[in-house]
Design a protein around this ligand. Structure first.
Ligand code: FE2
Length: 131
């Protein structure tokens, strides 16, 4: 299994029966991969960040009784780090950038990289469709 499918499978395991979150992550992944065809992003970073961008949402709800972006941004990176570190085929040196994106993904333009912008745009598009 390549690292993309391993990250998907870890995300599904983590979210369990929360189909809504799983589908949201998979849709953000799909749009991010479309944007990767048009823009020069790093596939490993963008794919991992897309799949894991909201991974902190359950912890945020449990600890703060809120799914507000600021709590997800605190809770998400350590969970994503655990997941990515155990996937042997994922390049370890790219983990910090993925965590940075997850920690800031609700704040437009705060990180000025193509990788960040792809996640931000894909997430906004999915959120618009879902609302
Ligand atoms: Fe999202």
């Amino acid at each position: 299994m390549d690292s993309r499918n391993q990250i998907i499978s870890e995300m599904q395991k983590y979210f369990g029966d929360d189909k809504k979150r799983i589908n949201h992550a998979l849709k953000v992944l799909k749009y991010s991969e479309e944007l990767l065809l048009e823009r020069k992003g790093d596939c490993n970073v963008v794919i991992a960040a897309a799949i894991l961008h909201d991974i902190g949402i359950h912890e945020a709800e449990r600890k703060y009784k809120s799914n507000a972006g600021k709590y997800q941004e605190i809770e998400g990176p350590p969970i994503a780090k655990d997941i990515l570190e155990k996937i042997e085929s994922f390049p370890k040196e790219k983990i910090p950038e993925v965590l940075e994106i997850i920690a800031h993904h609700h704040r437009p333009g705060i990180i000025k990289t193509t990788n960040f912008q792809i996640i931000y745009d894909a997430d906004c598009r999915v959120n618009r469709e879902e609302s």
